[in-house]
Design a protein around this ligand. Structure first.
Ligand SMILES: NC(=O)c1ccc[n+]([C@@H]2O[C@H](COP(=O)([O-])OP(=O)(O)OC[C@H]3O[C@@H](n4cnc5c(N)ncnc54)[C@H](OP(=O)(O)O)[C@@H]3O)[C@@H](O)[C@H]2O)c1
Length: 353
């Protein structure tokens, strides 16, 4: 198997690289080469900015892949560019989407791949839905193209034919972390939350801290994702891949506190209030993190029987904190997180008075 990861040295894609190498796959990365120290022996790195279509085509010249995994598509035009780049040089294009695409507010707490996609709160999720739609097309859009555009311009017709023959799989991660992340509601890709706890500062937890949340270790996610590569049955299908450990936000903060040896000073503040003070933060809560959902992972288990999440959050956070201890230069405050939490706490206190 010859696989290309667009990214490859990131939070999720690093673990996927490890898993692909473990399986003996030939692994290629396409990235800008800003973190050569994160590249693994045996991986061939192609240097290009994925937003520069001509540079990407030049970097890929003469190569063909069984599967290409796109970790960096956030807008429909990114997927359209990918179709132009990868049509004819891969048998499977895997779009990394997001579980936040599932309907919010949720009508049922149990989420399957059949749950409709709709998120009026968070633009990030709406754009990911639009990315998925580029691959799937819709009957209405397809009819329209067939009846009008195909007849009108040959180029558009060619694009549509190409989209229809483009073999894809959609994968939706939920909150997924690895070493170097301390997952929280106000940013995860830093030491910020641990720093606040260690320094005795209050931490904001949305709602009453009792909504359920699912955190997945990247190495567990990787088994599911890499297991889908090269599987013909997975073409045209969408999958979410998460752990089965459901924790309240209070429990998540308490587990982080225990791993740090401190009692976190939790302040519960409603998501609606947070959204009024900081609309961007609120969007990620009302449209994702503050909504209790339970992911039914039976589909990924059916397609990839070896998928069996092993790493509890208590274990994953212990590993991540150990990683930070080995990189003390990164055990620093997260300025944006501090500014936002402090602003919310200040407004909350004013209202309480
Ligand atoms: N983590 C979660 O909780 C979660 C949940 C749902 C969905 N997702 C999805 O997961 C994906 C993120 O995956 P990830 O965490 O592995 O990635 P990441 O850490 O965000 O991405 C970093 C990787 O992408 C490369 N990169 C960044 N910009 C690039 C560019 N312009 N051109 C080429 N390479 C570029 C970086 O290398 P260079 O800097 O060297 O280029 C690095 O390899 C996103 O699509 C996100 O929406 C994540």
């Amino acid at each position: 198997m010859k696989v290309l990861f667009i990214g490859g040295t990131g939070n999720i894609s690093s673990a996927c690289t490890d898993e692909a190498l473990r399986r003996g796959y030939e692994v290629f990365h396409l990235n800008r080469g800003t973190h050569p120290e994160r590249e693994k022996p045996g991986v061939r790195t192609l240097k290009a900015d994925i937003r520069d279509t001509q540079a990407v085509k030049a970097a890929l010249s003469g190569l063909r892949f069984d599967s290409v995994v796109q970790f960096l598509a956030f807008r429909p035009e990114h997927v359209k560019a990918d179709i132009e780049i990868f049509d004819g040089i891969t048998d499977q294009y895997v779009l990394i989407s997001t579980c936040s695409a599932y309907r919010k507010p949720s009508l049922t707490p149990v989420i399957t791949e059949e749950t409709p996609l709709e998120n009026p709160f968070w633009e990030y999720s709406r754009l990911k839905i639009a990315c998925e739609r580029v691959l799937e097309g819709s009957d209405t859009a397809a009819d329209k193209v067939r009846d009008e555009e195909k007849a009108r311009t040959e180029e558009k017709a060619r694009d549509e034919v190409r989209r229809r023959s483009f073999s894809y799989t959609i994968v939706r991660p939920s909150h997924t972390y690895d070493n170097g992340w301390i997952p929280g509601c106000f940013g995860s890709a830093s030491y910020g939350l641990a720093w606040r706890m260690l320094n005795g500062l209050e931490v904001v937890v949305p709602g009453d801290g009792q909504s359920l949340w699912t955190l997945t270790h990247a190495s567990d996610f990787a088994v599911g994702l890499v297991g889908l590569l090269g599987k013909r049955e997975a073409l045209g299908q969408a999958f979410h891949i998460t752990s089965d450990e459901h924790l309240t936000w209070d429990a998540i903060h308490s587990i982080i506190g225990t791993a740090l040896g401190v009692q976190p000073k939790i302040v519960h503040i409603t998501s609606d209030f947070i959204a009024k003070v900081l609309p961007e933060r609120g969007a990620g809560l009302l449209g994702d993190k503050a909504v209790s959902v339970l992911f039914d992972n039976s589909k990924i288990r059916r397609f990839v029987p070896e998928f069996a999440p092993r790493i509890s959050f208590a274990e994953g956070i212990r590993r991540s904190l150990a990683w930070f201890d080995a990189h003390p230069e990164l055990e620093v405050p997260d300025k944006a997180m501090n500014a936002d939490m402090d602003a919310i706490l200040e407004r909350w206190r004013l209202c309480a008075q």
